[in-house]
Write a protein that binds this ligand. Structure first.
Ligand code: SF4
Length: 294
């Protein structure tokens, strides 16, 4: 029994065969660190905690290396190149298009996902991506994190919720699929505020959404602020977090696919929460809770 629309449902609707994401690292920087938009970055961010990219000299080599891993086991698998780390639209447009097209020219790669900030996209770039999207699916994932400007300011995101709304609208207008990313448990947010963000998500209606628990990561400004007692973060037990996820599922527009609710930073970087669960174990607990509530 399907308990909510998930990412597999979304992929099955968009692609005729099984798709696997392959993370690539295009070695972009972040405009919220290099001064183009802000300095210091988001207070919770340590980019070393992002999923490791398969190293290689070029986008092509990275994709070939990671494709090998799956190709033996699943010969019919097709692939999506996932530009994940940092801000993957933060470069001159010609360079961006070269990199995206390079990924799409690798054998087996049918689509790209571009992870970026909502304030790092232009009509010009979206027009060019819409052109690519006529032949190869392009998906843009914007880091939104919260619908509350007070929270965005507290964690130094350096953009507003309205900026997210505008980016989603501009992207959807061009027929490009949009994913949004949110963090649950940001400082200053209570359950009511989190549910208000779900209402705001329903309003902008992205195609997909990703949530994850706030992870307090070593060597971040937030970790320092929490340690100094300057800032408090909400602390959830696994049960409390699962109940919150159930509430989100019941509230979210059922046409929006939910990709995930948890993320796992490398153990040596993670301070909190240390729930000791693998992602699949969390999903099993969530599904059981949903079944018990239905
Ligand atoms: S979360 Fe993204 S936007 Fe924020 S500092 Fe890290 S890379 Fe930059």
């Amino acid at each position: 029994m399907k308990l909510y629309r998930d990412y597999a449902d979304y992929l099955a609707e968009r692609f005729p065969c099984k798709m696997q994401k392959l993370t690539v690292n295009a070695h972009f920087s972040c405009p919220n660190r290099d001064g183009s938009i802000g300095y210091g970055g988001c207070s919770y961010c340590n980019n070393n905690s992002f999923s490791p990219a398969i190293e290689g000299n070029s986008i092509t080599q990275q994709l070939i290396n990671s494709r090998q891993f799956f190709a033996h086991k699943y010969p019919n698998m097709r692939y999506i190149a996932y530009f994940q780390s940092y801000t993957n639209t933060h470069a001159p447009i010609d360079r961006l298009l070269d990199l995206y097209n390079e990924a799409l020219s690798v054998d087996g790669v049918d689509a790209i996902i571009i992870g970026t900030r909502p304030d790092c996209i232009s009509a010009h770039l979206l027009d060019a991506l819409a052109e690519i999207n006529r032949h190869h699916r392009v998906i843009i994932e914007y880091g939104a994190e919260s619908s509350h400007d007070s929270t965005l300011q507290l964690v130094n995101r350096c953009h507003s919720w309205q900026c997210v709304v505008d980016a989603v609208e501009m992207t959807k207008q061009r027929g490009i699929d949009v994913g949004l990313h949110f963090i649950i448990g940001l400082p200053g947010e209570n359950t009511e505020m989190i549910m208000q963000t779900v209402d705001a998500i329903n309003h902008v209606k992205p195609d997909t959404v990703k949530f994850h628990q706030l992870q307090l990561i070593r060597n971040t400004r937030l970790a320092q602020q929490v340690e100094n007692g300057e800032i408090e973060i909400p602390r959830f037990s696994v049960e409390q977090y699962i109940n919150l996820c159930c509430d989100i599922i019941h509230r979210i527009d059922p046409s929006i696919a939910i990709e995930r609710f948890v993320s796992q930073a490398p153990d040596n970087l993670l301070i909190y929460p240390r729930w000791g669960l693998k992602n699949y174990q969390f999903t099993n607990l969530l599904n059981n809770a949903l079944l018990n509530n239905s």
